[in-house]
Design a protein around this ligand. Sequence first.
Ligand SMILES: [Zn+2]
Length: 431
Amino acid sequence: MSLLVKGAKVIDVKQNINDYLDVFVKKGKIVDIKKNISAPKTTKVLEAKGKILTAGLIDMHTHLREPGREDEETFFTASKAALKGGFTSLVAMANTEPPADNQGVIEFVYSKSKKESPVNIFCIGAVTRSLKGENLADLADLKKAGAVAFSDDGHCVKDSQIARMAFEYAKMLNMVIISHCEDTDLSAGACVNEGWTSTKLGFRGIPAQSESIMVARDIQLAKLTGARVHFAHVSCRESVDLIREAKKEKIAVTCETCPHYFTFSDEVINTFNTNFKVKPPLRNSKDIKAIKRGLADGTIDCIVTDHAPHTEAEKDVEFEYAPFGMIGLETALGISIRELVGTKVLTLEDLIKKFTVAPAIILNLKKGSLEIGSDADITIFESETKWTFTKKDIESKSKNSPFIGEELVGRVSEVIIGGKLFLKRGVLSGA
Ligand SMILES: [Zn+2]
């Protein structure tokens, strides 16, 4: 099976490519990239004139809910949502039921997802047993089973000694720790950002310092141990400033943010739409500016979804009782282009880097670039098409998106994984 994609504007940050080129794919691999490739007659030809072609997008922070909460999401439904959003690789967080704190769960994730999801699924192993923050999981075993990073995401490893030990082991194993930064004493019982909106509405607030205090601690522990630490879902100015300084000091830290943190301020809570309830919470306009500055100057390495499916029944309750989290696979690219490229915070090239090369480097994945010989994982999209996202566009099993009704800029048209076409003209196909 061979495939020739013709005439797209190819952007590959790792190889410094930004040009109108043809891409030739054979036996699941990238075989050639240049102008005017002529292929044998049996080759399938895909015209992609006027579109952007990049290495398949990677979401390094998703909650797939399998095993345990298949009523919210499954490998199969998440993969459909991923394809619609242009993602060819998903990295699954460990907070499933049971959590990925042992080899059995990680092996289950790899074997079942391989059968049911055309999208590559990578698994993160837990830092501590049952994500309780008390006893370290057997990190070497988790790595052996295929874990690509360690994280208790959803929970903070509160005990600094446990965190230090985890960092030491991670360093020994040459693995990255993904840190969910939350001082739970400061966030206890609260569900929105601490500020004018929380006061007005009578909600207890979560101060930015609930996040930044733990960011500061983990920067210090990274300095102490020499471990690589990646900060999950950075939401506030204080964290961005700390990480910028740590990078200047050459401490091995990286970080991510999510589209909602540079799109919405906490004022949207006025609507009481529970799909705006996320952790960390949506912050204020100064934080949004700081996040954008961090993205622009490279302090924030990548953009992730923190895709967190919840059923309608779970979210259809009073704001205080709703679970934290929103879905994001289908909207991440379109919102990011609208908010960052449209406003000249980032070039399209810089944006693509944050969805491809950057997560691949952090997690040591052989993905994120179209180098000759690499897996033919490709995303093709129109970068300027404006369209309105509706509930009908959601392939995820859960529909908890605050982006319903929003205008997105850029639409994914084709997704190729391992040389096979799984999305064509925006429609899912069986390859
Ligand atoms: Zn988290």
